[in-house]
Design a protein. Sequence first.
Length: 316
Amino acid sequence: MAVAVHRTIAGRSLGGCRMWHYATADDAVADVERLASSMSSKAAAAGLGIGGGKGVVALPDTAPDPEQRRDALHDFADLVESFGGRYFTAQDVGVTLEDVVFMAGFTDYVTGHPVEDGGSGDPSPYTAHGVEIAIRASLGGRPLEGRRIVVVGLGHVGGELARRLARAGARLAVSDVDPRRRELADELGAEWVADPAEALFLDADLIAPCALGGVLDEESVPRLNAPVVAGAANNQLAHDGIGELLHDRGVLWAPDFVANAGGLIAVSDELHGFDRARVERRIAAIGDTLGEVYARTTTSTLAAAKELAAERLGTA
Ligand SMILES: NC(=O)c1ccc[n+]([C@@H]2O[C@H](COP(=O)([O-])OP(=O)(O)OC[C@H]3O[C@@H](n4cnc5c(N)ncnc54)[C@H](O)[C@@H]3O)[C@@H](O)[C@H]2O)c1
């Protein structure tokens, strides 16, 4: 397991704990470092006044039994505690709200507590809400009705996003490596795309990557058939140069760390005493931030978003 603190502001950094499979320990460390850095950009772009950190717990090849899993979470909580408040942890891929409650028994430096304890609860619905706002801003603020939108990854965020888009009248196509997610597609009357590798390349108004990162690279970008990409997945670009590739191809990409900030906005709010109205205001501002990013883009939306984040950090 590893914790990376990319930056502290007023002595604090924040970012969820991810439980995931890694081929090597070096891969896990590289991932936690990259994720912590993007948490810094995310917090800065959203003007949250906190630095970026992240944790990973690398899973063994065979699924751990419940007791081993609890022991690992206990160890991770002790590791968080050892940072003395410089790193706050929360939920991320592979970690549940119950896990957060469990870890809070061993360290105070946990955010995203259950709603009944005065916390934000599961951050995913907030993230999905923010991504919907990002999608609307990226489509020029026009109604979503009749727009063909492809959601790739129907997990906590992608599933809730698909529900929201269906309610708004979008023509949905959805995909997931887990065939059980087809149930949700049927429930929403969405087209089910059996091969998630192909979903990215469908003819559509917008693609929303909501699974894991790295999906946009030298091979996938030339094959895109949608003018806009805006989704929840962290680190969608294989590397920063892909930002220019997207721009040169005329694809409008909503920088992930701006679009998916809703969850961070919610869990970080606990540090000031959770206030739902303040959280909703900040999530609504994701649309304005993206508008500013698009207006100032010259070489890539990534460069523009990083520039904006750096400016906001200067005033944080
Ligand atoms: N949960 C949050 O609040 C939050 C906040 C910010 C960013 N994110 C990012 O959003 C993404 C999704 O998060 P989540 O919480 O919904 O995770 P999740 O684990 O609940 O869902 C991920 C889904 O993607 C599917 N999937 C995995 N590989 C796939 C592939 N190659 N093609 C298609 N589907 C695939 C999984 O089966 C699963 O249904 C992650 O990149 C996460 O880091 C999440």
